[in-house]
Each structure stands twice: as C-alpha cells, then as structure tokens.
Design a protein around this ligand. Structure first.
Ligand code: AMP
Length: 484
C-alpha cells in the first residue's frame, strides 16, 4: 500500500510545493521511502529512504523545478525495501516519462521470467512498477508522431492492462503532460482535482482526497475502474475508458488504510467508520454481555469506538496512549520484535481498566499481536472482563493486491472458531463484524451501490486470475523481505 500524487501546474509554475504538501498528507500510506520527480526541460529527481520530512531538504526543493511533478510514499509489499526500489521511476529514453503506482502486480515474477527474461532483459530493481513502466514506454515509443495524443497513451495503457496483471493505480508525467489510470477493477483509489489561481489552472491526481484538500484543489471526480486521464500540451483533461470490468474498490481502505477525512469513491471514510461502530455496538448488545467502557486501540479505531459506545450508552475512553514516535510495528522482522514495539507504542491508563468490564476495539485483527498485548495489559491494569472487538470481520485470506498481509500463516483467525480465537488472544470474548454488516455499513456511508473487493475476508479475488503459484510467489517475496 502506497500513496501518490501527480501535478500539472501552469506553464511558469513549480509544482514541488503542492507535491510536498500532498505527500505529507498521505504519509500514513507509506513511511518507508519517499520520492519526487519533476520536469522542466529535463527530469529532476530526489528519492530516499525515510519519511517525507527526512528525505527532502531546501536544496532539493530549489532543484526540483517545473510545472509537472509526480511524488510517492512507499510501503513496500514487493521487494526488499531497498533504495533502488524507491519510486517514482523515470526514463529519458525511449520515451521521457516518470511514473509512480499504488498496488501490486500479481504476475511480476512471471513477467520477469517470460516477457523480460526471454529477451535477456534484467530489471534494475525489485519494484513491480518497473514492469509497468517498461511495457508502457515500449508501447508509447511505437506512436506515429509527436506530440503525444490521448490515443497514443490509450494504446500504451491498453498494452499495460493486457500484459500486467493485478491491481495498480498509476500516475505519471511526460515532457508534454500528465497521465493517470486506474486498474481495470478499480481496486486502488485515485482521485482527480483542479484549482484556478491567478497563474492559471492546476490539475492534480492523488490516492486520497485529503491531498487535494490541503493544497486548495477541488475534487473533479474519482477515476472509474479501467479509466485513463490524459492532460496533454493543450491542457484539456481527456478521459478514456480503456478496460470494462466491474468496479470493486478495496474495502480495507475504509477499514484501516485511508485517513478518516478522506473520501474514496464518494464515500466518507469517517462516516463509514462511524457506521461500522454503530453496527458493532448493536452486535455487542445482542450478546447480552455487560460492559462499562469502550476503549479504542489508537489511531484508526477511534472513530468507530465513539459510535459503538454511543450505541451501547457507554463512555468511550482513551485507555491506551500512543507514542507516535515509535515506528511501524506491523513490519518488524519477527513476532517478538513486533510485540516489544507494540508495548512501547501503546501505554495504558490504569484508571480506565481497574475493576471494569472493558471492550477493546480495533479496526482489524491480523496476526493478533496487537490484540494479545492489549488484553494482557488490560488484565495487568486490573480489568475484570476483557472483550475484544474488531469492526472488520476475521481476516483469513492473503491479499495479492498490495495490502500487507500476504501469507496465509499470518492470520490468527484461520482455522479457529471465535471461542478459540478468544482463547488464543486471552480475551473473555471476541466479537467481529460480519461481512454483510461491514459491506452495508460502508455502502450506507456512500451512494448505497458500491460493490467491493473483500477478498481478504472471503477469499474470492475479483480479478479472477489469482493462482496458487502467484500467491506463493508473493508469500516467498514477503518471507525473503523478512516481513512475514
Ligand atoms: P496484528 O497485531 O497483526 O493483529 O495487526 C492488527 C493491527 O495492525 C491493527 O491494530 C491494525 O490497525 C493494524 N493493521 C491492519 N492491517 C494492517 C496492514 N496491512 N498494515 C499495517 N498495519 C495493519
């Protein structure tokens, strides 16, 4: 899971400031590496490992000039997370273009073996964007003439969709304009906006609407599944439907990934989480159990905890204080390291637990490390009964599309009944949202019609082409990277 931004500003402008602002707004989508490529007369790049604030300094901003820019924050789900994998990638030849993506190429290893391997082409990175870039550039090079037309870009995207499988939304720039395309099933989010200033009109495409908000862009619309946007030298946005598949946006974006102040496919993430909390509150009431307080695991569960508590007529309290300066726990090399850093990250407030029946609410339970620790701490703090609640259903199936849960053996819920999960995590009871309630809750927050990719909960993959060998390639990749 990553985040991206692409900007096409007025001719004399510098897009760098909006890109930087935007990357800071989506830092939550990836904290591992960041990069920006701009274009004025030539491509200029600055990329590095670390947070946006750490990678970019004033000297870089002075160099990264021009109205065209693309930026990226990385959360590695393919490759080892090396600096050669940091996006955006760019080429000066055979077609000048810079590109960034969010998602996963599911036939990456196969393409390396066949399409590239058979021609003795060795890739320079372990990042799956590289195959998208080469297939795109190969096709764009074959265009009849200059300037690049929307038909040329359409042909290139068509070629990408034909060869490169998976779920990936892409943004990019050429010397002449900006393009963006959403994967054929629209699994990954991508939104288009614009702003008008005295200098002229600015266009932006990003992973989340917050990027547009923070730099004063208004939302034009989300790209449709399989749709291409091209803004060429004439600066007129042109949309082309390149693939025609059902739209299946990832439901886990609403559960965990996106910021609550973001809208994805016209659905407020905040509203969705509020509704998820209400529904889980009703489900808890139906158990007939009594509780004194709802305590969220910060940060993502906060919104839903409020409505769950409201629904139950209980207080919602901050029982855990998060130290935001402890890095990511999810991607630590082993379970022991994960457990230690979860403890360092979340410290309890005794008064909220002592002598109480507590509901601890999290957005999801993956390996169960967080929950197990939270239950243990609650008991150490003198809690009476400890009920664990997850506002998403049990996670059971690996996601080949770029959510970081790629190996089957990771899931604590796999092969266990709810009673066994509770026992495994040390809780008096575990309560999950049902798939039906989850879907309905998110739908209710939007236009009521969306159908989602919910493969990680039920195992049916919308692209219809996920094979055991793809899953095993991805699993091996995660194991090699030390994150599984
Ligand atoms: P675990 O401790 O393995 O059960 O993971 C669950 C915790 O990780 C929850 O608190 C979630 O907020 C968070 N989480 C869930 N999915 C992901 C993901 N793909 N990447 C990072 N964190 C996640």
């Amino acid at each position: 899971m990553c985040g991206f931004i692409s900007i096409f500003g007025p001719a004399e402008s510098d897009a760098i400031h909006d890109v930087l602002n935007g990357l800071l707004a989506i830092q939550h989508r990836g904290q591992d590496a960041a990069g920006i490529v701009t274009f004025r007369d030539k491509f200029q790049a600055k990329k590095g490992l670390g947070l946006v604030r750490e990678v970019f300094q004033d000297k870089h901003l002075n160099r990264l000039r021009g109205p065209l820019a693309v930026g990226h924050v990385r959360y590695p789900t393919v490759g080892l997370g090396e600096d050669t994998d940091v996006q955006p990638f760019w080429l000066d030849y055979p077609v000048g273009t810079a590109m960034a993506h969010n998602g996963n190429v599911t036939n990456f290893h196969e393409l390396k073996r066949t399409y590239f391997g058979q021609r003795n082409i060795h890739l320079g990175s372990n990042c799956d964007l590289e195959v998208v870039l080469y297939v795109f550039a190969d096709a764009l090079m074959r265009r009849a003439a200059d300037p690049i037309t929307v038909q040329d870009v359409q042909a290139a995207v068509h070629e990408v969709f034909t060869r490169v499988k998976g779920a990936y939304s892409v943004v990019g720039i050429t010397s002449q304009g900006m393009y963006a395309f959403r994967d054929p099933f629209g699994i990954k989010p991508i939104i288009f906006g614009k702003k008008v200033t005295p200098e002229g009109t600015w266009y932006a495409v990003a992973s989340e609407s917050v990027v547009l908000d923070v730099s004063g862009y208004e939302v034009v619309r989300n790209l449709k599944a399989g749709e291409l946007l091209w803004i060429g030298a004439d600066r007129v946005p042109q949309f082309v439907q390149v693939a025609n598949q059902p739209h299946r946006p990832c439901i886990f974006e609403y559960i965990y990934f996106a910021r609550p102040d973001t809208f994805l496919d016209e659905t407020s993430v905040y509203e969705a989480r509020m509704e998820l909390g209400r529904r889980l509150g009703r489900a808890f009431r139906a158990t007939g159990l009594g509780a004194d307080v709802v305590i969220p695991v910060p940060e993502s569960a906060r919104t839903a905890a409020q409505t769950m508590a409201e629904e139950l007529g209980l207080p919602c309290r901050e029982g855990f204080v998060k130290n935001r300066y402890v890095g990511r726990t999810f991607i630590m090399p082993n379970d022991k390291a994960r457990r230690d850093s979860i403890r360092a990250k979340l410290n309890p407030i005794r008064a909220e637990f002592e002598g109480k029946n507590v509901i601890i609410l999290d957005d999801s339970i993956v390996r169960g490390n967080t929950s197990r620790q939270m239950v243990k701490i609650a008991r150490q703090m003198g809690a009476n009964k400890v009920y664990l609640a997850s506002y998403s259903p049990p996670l059971l199936f690996p996601c080949p599309y770029g959510i970081d849960m790629s190996t089957k053996r990771e899931f604590v819920a796999r092969g266990r009944s709810h009673e066994q999960i509770a026992q495994e995590l040390g809780a008096d009871m575990v309560l999950y949202q049902t798939i039906e309630q989850m879907v309905d809750a998110v739908r209710t927050a939007g236009n009521g019609k969306l159908e989602f990719c919910k493969a990680c909960f039920e195992g049916s993959y919308p692209t219809g082409d996920i094979t055991e060998s793809m899953l095993s390639d991805i699993e091996q990749d995660r194991i090699a990277a030390g994150t599984a």
